[in-house]
Ligand binder design. Structure first.
Ligand code: NAP
Length: 329
């Protein structure tokens, strides 16, 4: 291994700026396991970091990329041997520690998970941190009483990475899933993942006031802002909303009446959960919670397409999950 390709973010005096370049093993970040990276998911956060849209990069230069899968090249830790298939995400990858947008990387063994049977390396990367967050959300929603018989579940940002996986998984588990999207021309895609109804964002009256007609038993919100306000107002009694993301806004305005009159539950999803919890969820994502359409949700892109992938993601032009496939050049 000599020089290899990497997408690195450099200090530009603001929040950082990224570019395709080459790096060497001497520049590896800390760790005791060297990986040959096969696939790396492109996340919303990665696009923000690469384009310096938010203060995400905590060291420079920084290899971007929050999640990846690949094989062990060498390991100083006895738990791993060359050739083992592995994946990893979170732990500050792509913000505090070099991430997945490089052909090789070095990571602490504690962050590296063996690939569970039932998932290919590509499928693990399609799921990535987006899939893990949907698994965390599902577990929390179930703990809060959500079962298929209670009513419809709304997924917004439905064509996005989190949204696509949520539509697929929830419908597989027997929920009636309503997909809310800004890309109504992707209705066939959303129905093919299992949505029973597709709502066009432009034709929904998001309304106002403390309470609206009760519609949803559950909701997965990766958008925030006005849509989250509307969800809170339109949940059924004891309805549960998993707040995963902020693709539209960090902020929302609210009223306590849905909480005290309808028992609406708003729960936060954070993937910096304990390792045991990560492993438990990944075992299920590889088995009974494995989405049925990962090949349709994931789109392989060459490494050289990363800059365009970031632009497309930030402009909400992407359907599903873009995954860098290092074998494509
Ligand atoms: N909690 C966690 O640990 C965790 C984990 C993963 C991701 N996230 C967060 O979840 C969010 C979604 O992530 P992702 O990977 O799914 O991103 P993504 O693939 O870019 O999808 C986001 C989707 O949201 C919708 N959207 C985008 N901008 C919007 C706007 N201004 N108004 C309304 N809808 C908009 C679009 O879907 P439609 O066109 O279909 O509406 C877009 O495709 C991000 O904020 C991300 O940071 C959080």
């Amino acid at each position: 291994m000599r020089g290899f390709r990497a997408y690195r973010i450099h200090d530009d005096g603001k929040f950082g700026d990224g570019r395709l370049e080459s790096m060497t093993p001497e520049e590896f970040d800390s760790g005791n396991v060297v990986l040959r990276i096969a696939y790396a998911g492109v996340n919303y956060k990665d696009a923000l970091t690469a384009r310096g849209r938010a203060r995400m990069a905590r060291k420079f230069p920084l290899v971007g990329g929050t999640d990846l899968s690949g094989t062990v090249e060498s390991s100083e830790d006895p738990r791993f041997k060359p050739g083992d298939p592995v994946f990893l995400h979170s732990f500050g990858l792509g913000s505090h520690h070099d991430g997945g947008f490089a052909e090789f990387g070095r990571f602490p063994a504690e962050w590296v998970f063996g690939l569970p049977g039932g998932l290919t390396l590509f499928e693990a990367a399609v799921l990535g941190v987006a899939g893990h967050s949907v698994g965390v959300a599902l577990e929390l929603m179930q703990k809060n009483g959500l079962v298929p018989g209670r009513g419809r579940v709304l997924v917004n940002g439905a064509t996005g990475g989190v949204g696509s996986i949520a539509v697929d998984l929830l419908s597989k588990l027997g929920f009636d899933v309503v997909a809310l999207t800004g890309k109504i021309d992707e209705s066939d895609y959303l129905r093919s993942l299992g949505a029973c109804e597709v709502l066009d964002r432009r034709s929904v009256d998001f309304g106002a006031g403390p309470l609206g007609t009760e519609r949803w038993a559950g909701a997965i919100d990766s958008v925030g802002g006005t849509q989250l306000e509307w969800l809170i107002r339109t949940m059924r009694r004891d309805g549960v909303i998993a707040s995963i993301g902020n693709a539209a806004s960090n902020e929302f305005a609210g009223n306590v009446l849905p909480f005290i009159l309808r028992g609406v539950r708003l729960i936060g999803v954070n993937v910096n959960n304990p390792v045991e919890s990560k492993l438990r969820i990944w075992r299920r994502m590889a088995a009974d919670w494995k989405p049925r359409h990962l090949e349709r949700i994931g789109r392989r892109i060459p490494f050289s397409a990363l800059p365009q992938a970031f632009e497309d993601l930030l402009a909400a032009r992407v359907r599903g999950r873009q995954v860098v496939d290092f074998s494509l050049g």
